[in-house]
Design a protein around this ligand. Sequence first.
Ligand code: AMP
Ligand code: FE
Ligand code: FE
Ligand code: ZN
Length: 286
Amino acid sequence: MLIDLHTHSTASDGTDSPAELVRKAASCGLDVVALTDHDTTRGHAEAVAALTGLDRRLALVTGAELSCRLDGVSMHMLAYLFDPQEPELLAERELVRDDRTPRAHAIIEKLQGLGVPVTWEQVARIAGEGSVGRPHIAEALVEHGVVATVSDAFTQDWLADGGRAHVAKHETDPFEAIRLVKAAGGVTVFAHPRAAKRGLTVPDESIAKLAEAGLDGLEVDHMDHDEADRERLRGLAGDLGLLATGSSDYHGSRKTCVLGEHRTAPEVYEEIVRRATGARPAASRP
Ligand code: AMP
Ligand code: FE
Ligand code: FE
Ligand code: ZN
């Protein structure tokens, strides 16, 4: 069983449409894929519909990656199989997603102040239908020849947390996120908790408090964790009674990772499904 529980589509900052993502997941041999766009469930319907055309069995876990902030540190919370209609969680997702637009305008203004001729029209074209994020703005910087790759824009010179052109967006308190997701029948996994190259990370003591508050798991196997990070996180998950997952965090061509690059054990996936009451995985027929 090949299980990848963290991917992005054009509904946020990935480059494959939800339908393309589902077809690629099937063709590269995955048995389970989760769609976890930033702060939105907009891609779910298209992804579920794409299951119909597949000639092999694939289960789709509907989810989202919620933008959170704890003690001034930005962090991401994966949420799986929650009821997408539950009003309180829906309102919070909309609050975060809607704040991305004025925030992108503010980042663009800072970049213009730094002499980069990036415009809202350019960024909006790159983002298309997706909720706008820094990777879209990073791509505009690539187009202007300011940096060579999207990843190169995530430095203190440009878009990294605290960088010259960084502007924070509204982000949810993770304790509130855990509460909201649970109330919507979902399961929470702290995404890439030790991804230090993205900025500051949350200390173990805070992870322990999140566990006490009902966090279900930690994403252990992830491209931004080295072997030492993984070993430490696996130990922490064991100590705190948390599930340990592994996933690609696939973004299409906007990141170097490939689908299924890291995977989750079948028994962990089954436990996530068992705990969830907000939605069931959708599956193709064959
Ligand atoms: P935002 O949600 O707009 O604050 O942008 C955060 C997104 O930027 C993350 O979800 C990643 O997709 C991307 N990102 C963060 N750090 C990096 C990095 N070092 N290289 C490439 N992409 C990154
Ligand atoms: Fe992203
Ligand atoms: Fe993330
Ligand atoms: Zn992600």
